[in-house]
Write a protein that binds this ligand. Structure first.
Ligand SMILES: NC(=O)C1=CN([C@@H]2O[C@H](COP(=O)(O)OP(=O)(O)OC[C@H]3O[C@@H](n4cnc5c(N)ncnc54)[C@H](O)[C@@H]3O)[C@@H](O)[C@H]2O)[C@@H](O)CC1
Ligand SMILES: [K+]
Length: 217
């Protein structure tokens, strides 16, 4: 049996875990990154040149932490920001400081053809409007050359609740869902963008009286 969630429910559970239970945001980010590392380390991916595409919210923070973990294992990895890093959320800036201190390389221009694997850490459950035009173009270019993409939590551009495509969506080989599978990756067209969907525990706590809006499947 699998419990699906809407993005609103996932955000509520993230908040409950942080504010009521007291597990820090950094711990959740580190666990998300470790969970993704677990998947990548299982041997199904070419890790010879990993490119992590990073957005300005916590999905990006997960990606930066993952890049650091890969770098510390001597796996060739570089980080590329999508958007202006100065406008990033505090968690992203914090992860970036740590990554820089550890010497994780940053790349300014995307060369999708060079990458053996692209990690999509641009948008997750926070996506609430269509992708900006420039990002739509970038997503389409990446899809066009059929890069191997592993999406963190959700493929960028997929509405996590409805499965709708918000302008354009990255086509992933695998989507690693943190905590719970978001309903949007079980409904087309989001399902097609998500590829194989895996779910990984990151320590999210569910209140006893919590009512999920979707029945277990
Ligand atoms: N406690 C938490 O909140 C946790 C979050 N985690 C990760 O963080 C993700 C959610 O993070 P965020 O809520 O920061 O959101 P995202 O990182 O998905 O998005 C970042 C922000 O971009 C803005 N935005 C939305 N749509 C946009 C658009 N079309 N164009 C431009 N800007 C747009 C929103 O303000 C949004 O908060 C999850 O999917 C998961 O990967 C995990 O690290 C676990 C813990
Ligand atoms: K993502």
């Amino acid at each position: 049996m699998t419990q699906l969630v809407t993005t609103e429910e996932m955000q509520e559970l993230d908040q409950y875990t942080m504010t009521t239970i007291g597990l820090s945001e950094d711990v959740l980010i580190e666990r998300a990154a470790l969970a993704a590392l677990d998947v990548l380390g299982a041997g199904a991916y070419d890790l010879s040149n990993v490119l992590v595409l990073v957005g300005l919210g916590n999905n990006g923070a997960d990606g930066i932490a993952l890049a650091r973990l890969l770098h510390q294992l001597h796996i060739p990895v570089s980080l590329q920001f999508v958007g202006n890093a100065n406008k990033a959320k505090p968690a992203v800036k914090h992860q970036l400081q740590i990554a820089e201190a550890c010497g994780v390389p940053r790349s300014e221009k995307s060369d999708f053809k060079q990458a053996s694997l692209i990690i999509d850490a641009i948008f997750g459950t926070g996506l609430n409007k269509d992708l900006p035009d420039g990002l739509q173009k970038m997503v389409k270019a990446a899809n066009h050359i059929e890069s191997t993409v592993v999406a963190l939590d959700l493929p960028t551009g997929v509405n996590g609740t409805t499965g709708q495509i918000m302008g354009a969506a990255l086509k992933a080989k695998t989507t690693i869902s943190f905590g719970f599978i978001k309903a949007g990756v079980t409904k087309n067209p989001g399902k097609k963008s998500a590829g194989q969907v895996l779910v990984k525990d990151i320590g999210i706590v569910v209140p006893e009286d919590f009512q999920f809006s979707i029945k277990e499947q």
